[in-house]
Structure formats: structure tokens, C-alpha cells
Write a protein that binds this ligand. Structure first.
Ligand code: CA2
Length: 140
């Protein structure tokens, strides 16, 4: 699940976020998903409420959530609360290393609900998150 403005990936700030578009990342996740035996439901929203609704729904029809909440990481207690209620494993991903950036990006509310956090490795972070999710679900 991808948060606000990630639909703009590849168009601006490639030095921060890389050259991959969100569609490129989606393609890679789907390919790796079939290798790992996952069905991947790849989504992006610019709306906090829509993300909260999706997280609530995931509790009953998804095995886990890999989320890049984008700017909502740093502001949204609503997304945190829905993740805490979801009862499925959560991995947080950021393309950039948020700890090297502006101070307002260095704290993520979402991290409190995450089993693990991957940041700073660009689009590869999504692959790593999927492999980690596969292991978490295997151990269940
Ligand atoms: O590093 C990440 O993955 C972020 O979650 C990306 C968010 C940012 O607000 C977080 O602090 C860190 C921003 C995504 C917006 O991406 C754009 C890409 C190209 C052009 C404009 C925005």
C-alpha cells in the first residue's frame, strides 16, 4: 500500500527517490510475488481516509501489509490506529533514508505498528520487505 504522491515517482526528484515509476515497482512486486507464492494487491492512494478503509479491510482478506505511507508516516495517528487494529504483520518501507532527511521526516508514527522498517534502499526495499513478509508468514 502506497501513500500520497507516490504516483509521481520517476517524474521528479530522482536523486532522492530513484528513476523507477510506481508502475515499475508494482511490476517487480508482482513478479516476486509469484516467485514467493503470494498474490500481490498493489495500491496507491492520495487519501488518508481511503488508506484507513483499506487497512481495516485487509484484516479479513489479506495476510499482511507492506506499506509506504509516504508523508502520512509523519502525521497520521489515524493510519497508525488502523494498523494497530489490523492484527496482521506489517512492514514499513521508505525509498529514501528518512533519518538523513529533514527533521520532520525522521519520525514515523507508523513504525510503532510495524514488525520491521526498511528505508534508504530505493525500490529494492519493496523486494526485501516481500521476502521478509514471506518468512514472517511461514513462521506463523
Ligand atoms: O522515502 C519515502 O519513501 C517517503 O515515504 C516518500 C514520501 C515522503 O513524504 C516521505 O517522507 C518519505 C514522498 C513521496 C512523494 O514522492 C514524490 C516523487 C516524485 C515527485 C514528487 C513526490
Amino acid at each position: 500500500m502506497n501513500g500520497p504522491n507516490l504516483n509521481l515517482l520517476g517524474s521528479r526528484e530522482p536523486e532522492v527517490y530513484g528513476y523507477d515509476t510506481l508502475d515499475d515497482i508494482k511490476g517487480r512486486c508482482e513478479a516476486l510475488g509469484s516467485e514467493l507464492g503470494f498474490q500481490v494487491d498493489f495500491r496507491q492512494s492520495n487519501s488518508e481516509g481511503e488508506m484507513v478503509n483499506w487497512i481495516q479491510e485487509a484484516r479479513t482478506d489479506h495476510a499482511g501489509i507492506i506499506i509506504n505511507p509516504a508523508a502520512y508516516s509523519h502525521t497520521s495517528i489515524a493510519i497508525l490506529d488502523s494498523l494497530l487494529a489490523s492484527e496482521i504483520p506489517i512492514i514499513e518501507v521508505h525509498l529514501s533514508n528518512i533519518h538523513q532527511r529533514e527533521s520532520y521526516r525522521q519520525h514515523s508514527y507508523v513504525s510503532k505498528a510495524a514488525k520491521g522498517v526498511i528505508c534508504g534502499l530505493g525500490a529494492q526495499g519493496y523486494d526485501l520487505a516481500m521476502r521478509a513478509m514471506a518468512q514472517l508468514l511461514e513462521k506463523k
